[in-house]
Structure formats: structure tokens, C-alpha cells
Design a protein around this ligand. Structure first.
Ligand code: ATP
Length: 575
């Protein structure tokens, strides 16, 4: 069972809806008002028809005027509905745009470890499929439900006003509607949650397959990926079918609740006519009203299901909120202290077993050890990307993983070999973690990392578009751009995780020159994959099987003849 990002509570979704309605109160009232007018225009028609019947029965038939009125009312109703729908669409677009902006803001603030645990597929499906479902609700479902609900309500009111006696026919529908709806509503939300989760799995699988297509091809995994995709898709379709089956079992009861009152009305009408309690015109008006209730009730039924799906989609989108960093604490000082840290990616498998480490400000510490020993994991904890399972990692006395994003950025920054160039301008790429930087600051940062020459050749300076479909950026430059972001963020501590390992030797040398300039005066924790980096450090920490087995200056460790000396002697590449 994959870990998922949380689902917001129904209460949070309602609060979102209330806030959206408050912000756009004027537009909302206009839309509802227009729909109401349209519904009222629709209600006058049956009254005209009733009068027509009464006039015909009493022999004073004047067809032209009522017929003309009837047609005019239809046209007015259609025009009002159209204007209302357009306004509802505009309102929907506005609300959706705001929700999307909020989602993107929250998603960007998500801790990396949360996204990694849930998989980007879950996040993607919330940003795409779920947002589309909300779009559908705001544009279609909400206006349709408002129109249908309003029409039902006003029709019932018109019926009661026209003939309280004949309106009693409506009562037979009440228990049917109540019990069948209660049955449906108690079952459907859980099904929808499972269905949307299943669709998120489909998207995660597709995303993973596309992402790792080359690996899958190289290892001959295409068939198994396809089978996995078919299985997840099958599950999602089964959930979708389950939901449809539930709705289909509800439909007959809803239809019965429409048909039964008509039968009762006719019987009651016949009796009332015989008793002289109701005229033929009134009975006709009431029958037309009842008949007219059928369509909006049916619409209510179908759109309610859509609304429920969209409501759960909204809870998925809002669920991203509040999962960001707690934003607690303020460091007083620069010392990093690791106490009794234990950590594991999955339950039951611990990767770090009680790490103790104290890094004074300005130190250059190299972390070495065999592959899989836990070096990168320790680096992530030191940079606050993930929180320890037990124990603490503090900077200046404050828990690193709890610091607010903008505070953390000025304290400790992790630099890895994965540097993505985003499709956007150079300026946007540099100012990704939003900050108050002038163009002069950006140029200084580019110069500091040795990109002045590259920059001067750009056709549109900071506005030059980089990334997919625009200017291609070589790997070395991408890493230098990441370094420029470090210069801008200006943290006092940098954790380097194999930052140069993807580069060819000459690019690596070029980058290391830039690095040395940038790291001057900062605390540097380098996860070293080349022994000479370790030799240049103030101290070396050897990590083996999730524990620090040796710690001290390079020369001292060599003399001690322990694990580090053996690594150097054996010239084992310290990857
Ligand atoms: N995202 C992850 N999910 C689950 N397990 C992980 C994850 N990342 C690392 N591990 C496991 O944690 C252990 C330590 O990995 P880590 O990457 O920290 O080691 P390392 O010393 O940096 O190795 P290398 O030098 O090969 O990068 C390994 O057993 C690895 O399989």
C-alpha cells in the first residue's frame, strides 16, 4: 500500500467553499439571482396553461394572448439561464484559478521527503485529474445543482400556493427520497475516495514507467510494467464500476419518487373535482408542475454524484496544505549537533543507528564510507530534508527539520548531483526559491560561480529562456547554476552530496574551482567520493553500516591504522 499525501477533512473542504463564496459574494449572488429569475419564469408557464384550460372549460377561450405569453416566458427563461450559465462559468474559472495557485504554492513548500514517500504521481494526479474534477464541478455541477435545486424548491412552493390539498400528493415521495438517499449517501463517499486513490495509482504508475523507460527497456522490464499498468488500471475501472452500480441501484427509487406522486395526484384530483374542491385548471397546473419536477430531480441525482466526486477531489487538492514544514524555531549560532540519530526509510528497516556528531562553524568535514552505508541519508538529515525517527539534528540549538523553509535556506543547504533546469528564463531559474534579489545580485552570483563568460554570450541576458524546447544547458552549467542559487541563498553551511560526480574531469575541475570560491567561509559537509577531497578536509567521518566508526583529521586517522587507513591503503574508491 503506497504512502499517500493526506486528504483534507470535509470540514476543511466546506471552509474552503465558504471562503470562496465570501470572496466572490457579489458574483455568486448575481448568478443565484439570475437562476432564480429563470426558475420563476419557468413556473409561470403552467399557471398560464391552467388558466387556458379553465377558460376553455367555461367556454371563454382566448388562446392567442396566453399562448403568446407562454412563448415569451419560455424565451425569457432560456435567455436568463444562458446569462446565468455564462456568469457561473466566469465565477468558476476565477475560483479555480485561485485554487490552483494555492495548490502550486503549497505543493512547492512540501518537504522533499514527503513527496518522495508519496511519489510524485500522487501529487501529479492531484494537480491534474483532481483539479480538472473541481473545474468540472465549478463550471457545471454547482450551477446545475443550484438551478435544479432552486427549480425543485420553487416548484414545490408554487404547488403548495396553487393547491395545498393537491400538494399532499408530494408527501408519498418523502419517505422514498429520504431512505434511498440516506442509503446512497452513507455508502458513496468511501467508494469515491477509493476510486480516486486508484486513479492516482494509475497516474503514479504511468509517470514512473515514463520516467524510468530507459531502465525498464535495458532490464527487459517493459512487459512487467505493462502488466502492472493493466492491473492498476483494472482496479481503477473496477472501483469506477462499483460507484456506477451503487448509483444505478439508487436510480429506480428516485424515479419511483417522481412517478408515484403523479398517480396519487390524479386520484386525489379526481376525488377533489368530484367534491368541488378543485377545478380542472388547477389539476392541470398541478400535474404540469409535478411532471416538471421530474427533470430537475433527475439532474440533481446525476450532478450530486459528480459533486461528491469533485468534493473528494477538492479534499485531495486541499490535503496538500498543512503537510509542509512546521516552521518552528530560530537558530542561535551555527554549530550543528547530531544526537543519537536513528532513521529508516521504511518501517522495520533502520539505516542510521544512533549517529553522534558535532560540527563547529567553519569546519570542513568529509563523510566517507562504502556504498549504501548511509552517507547520503545522513546528509539529508543534516540539511533538514528529512526528520530523524529518534534523536535530534540541531543548528544553533534549533531542530533543522522543523525550521521554516525560508529560515532553513539561510542556514543549511543541500547540494546534490541532480540539478534540474526548469523551463523558464534564467532569472526564474535563479530566483526559484523566491527572494528579494536585484538583477545586479543575480549577475554577481553568476560571476561568483564562474558563469560570467557563459552569461555574456546569452542572447537575452537574464531573460533568456532555458530548458526544454529552449536553450540547452550543459550539465556543468546546470550545476554551476545550482551553485549560484547557493550564493544567493547564502547559507552558512553547505552539505555537498557528490555534487561533481556526474561531470567529466575537466568540467569537474572547472566546477570545483567555482565551488571553492563559493564555499569560502562556510561550514562544508562533503560526502566525498574522491579520497583527495577527504584529505583536504579538517576532519573525516567514516560511516559504515549506519554508524560513524571513525572520526578525526585525515593524518590522524591514517596513523591510527583503522577503517579509514584501510580504505586509503586498499585504494578502494570511496563511493
Ligand atoms: N529513498 C529510499 N528509500 C528506501 N531506502 C533507501 C532510500 N535511499 C536510500 N535507501 C537505503 O538506505 C541505505 C543507505 O543509503 P544511502 O544512499 O544513504 O547510502 P550511501 O552511503 O550514500 O551510498 P552511496 O554512496 O551508494 O550513495 C541503503 O541501504 C539504501 O538502499
Amino acid at each position: 500500500m503506497p504512502v499517500r499525501l493526506p486528504l483534507a477533512t470535509t470540514r476543511a473542504a466546506r471552509a474552503w467553499l465558504r471562503a470562496a463564496l465570501r470572496t466572490h459574494r457579489a458574483s455568486f449572488v448575481t448568478v443565484i439571482g439570475l437562476f432564480c429569475l429563470a426558475a420563476v419564469a419557468g413556473l409561470v408557464g403552467p399557471q398560464v396553461l391552467g388558466h387556458l384550460v379553465d377558460s376553455a372549460v367555461s367556454g371563454h377561450a382566448d388562446i392567442e394572448l396566453p399562448a403568446l405569453l407562454f412563448v415569451v416566458l419560455l424565451i425569457v427563461q432560456a435567455a436568463l439561464k444562458r446569462v446565468a450559465r455564462v456568469r457561473a462559468g466566469m465565477l468558476g474559472e476565477q475560483v479555480l484559478a485561485e485554487t490552483r495557485e494555492r495548490f502550486v504554492g503549497e505543493a512547492l513548500r512540501l518537504p522533499l521527503s514527503t513527496v518522495e514517500a508519496a511519489g510524485t504521481g500522487d501529487l501529479l494526479s492531484r494537480a491534474t485529474t483532481d483539479a480538472d474534477r473541481i473545474d468540472h464541478a465549478v463550471r457545471n455541477a454547482i450551477p446545475q445543482i443550484v438551478v435544479a435545486g432552486m427549480t425543485v424548491l420553487l416548484t414545490v412552493v408554487a404547488m403548495v400556493v396553487t393547491s395545498p390539498l393537491l400538494s399532499l400528493a408530494l408527501l408519498v415521495a418523502v419517505p422514498l427520497l429520504y431512505f434511498s438517499s440516506r442509503w446512497y449517501w452513507s455508502r458513496v463517499p468511501a467508494r469515491i475516495e477509493r476510486m480516486l486513490d486508484a486513479w492516482a495509482d494509475v497516474q503514479s504508475g504511468l509517470h514512473e514507467t515514463a520516467d524510468g523507460a530507459r531502465t525498464a527497456e535495458a532490464l527487459g522490464l517493459i512487459d512487467s510494467r505493462v502488466k502492472l499498468g493493466t492491473r492498476t488500471l483494472g482496479r481503477a475501472v473496477e472501483h469506477e464500476r462499483g460507484l456506477r452500480r451503487l448509483t444505478i441501484r439508487w436510480v429506480p427509487w428516485m424515479q419511483l419518487s417522481q412517478v408515484l406522486p403523479i398517480a396519487v395526484l390524479l386520484l386525489l384530483g379526481a376525488w377533489a373535482y368530484a367534491q368541488g374542491l378543485a377545478g380542472l385548471g388547477t389539476i392541470t397546473t398541478m400535474a404540469v408542475y409535478l411532471q416538471a419536477l421530474g427533470a430537475p430531480l433527475e439532474e440533481l441525482l446525476w450532478w450530486t454524484e459528480d459533486m461528491l466526486v469533485s468534493g473528494t477531489a477538492l479534499r485531495r487538492v486541499l490535503g496538500v496544505e498543512g503537510t509542509d514544514r512546521p516552521g518552528r524555531g530560530q537558530p542561535h549560532g551555527r554549530e550543528i549537533v547530531v544526537r543519537e540519530v536513528r532513521y529508516g526509510y521504511t518501517a522495520g528497516r533502520e539505516v542510521l543507528h544512533g549517529i553522534e556528531l558535532r560540527i563547529p562553524p567553519g569546519e570542513r568535514l568529509a563523510i566517507v564510507g562504502p556504498s549504501g552505508a548511509g552517507k547520503s541519508t545522513l546528509g539529508r538529515l543534516l540539511a533538514g530534508v528529512a526528520a530523524p525517527r529518534s534523536g535530534s539534528v540541531t543548528v544553533g540549538g534549533a531542530e533543522v527539520s522543523e525550521l521554516a523553509e525560508d529560515v532553513l535556506r539561510g542556514e543549511v543547504l543541500l547540494l546534490t548531483q541532480e540539478h534540474h533546469v526548469f523551463a523558464g528564463s534564467l532569472r526564474e531559474n535563479l530566483t526559484l526559491p523566491a527572494g528579494d534579489w536585484t538583477d545586479a545580485d543575480l549577475l554577481r552570483a553568476l560571476t561568483a560561480v564562474g558563469l560570467a563568460g557563459w552569461f555574456s554570450a546569452l542572447p537575452e541576458g537574464l531573460g533568456t529562456r532555458l530548458g526544454a524546447g529552449a536553450l540547452a544547458v550543459p550539465a556543468a552549467v546546470a550545476q554551476q547554476l545550482a551553485l549560484a542559487r547557493v550564493v544567493l541563498a547564502d547559507p552558512h553551511t553547505v552539505v555537498l552530496d557528490e555534487a561533481t560526480s556526474l561531470l567529466d574531469t575537466s568540467s569537474a575541475r572547472q566546477l570545483e574551482r567555482s565551488l571553492n570560491g563559493v564555499l569560502e567561509g562556510r561550514t562544508v559537509i562533503a560526502i566525498a567520493h574522491r579520497l583527495h577531497t577527504a584529505a583536504a578536509a579538517d576532519r573525516v567521518a567514516v560511516v559504515e553500516d549506519g554508524r560513524i566508526t571513525e572520526l578525526g583529521p585525515h593524518a590522524e586517522l591514517l596513523r591510527a591504522g583503522g577503517p579509514y587507513a584501510r580504505l586509503v591503503e586498499a585504494a578502494v574508491p570511496v563511493y
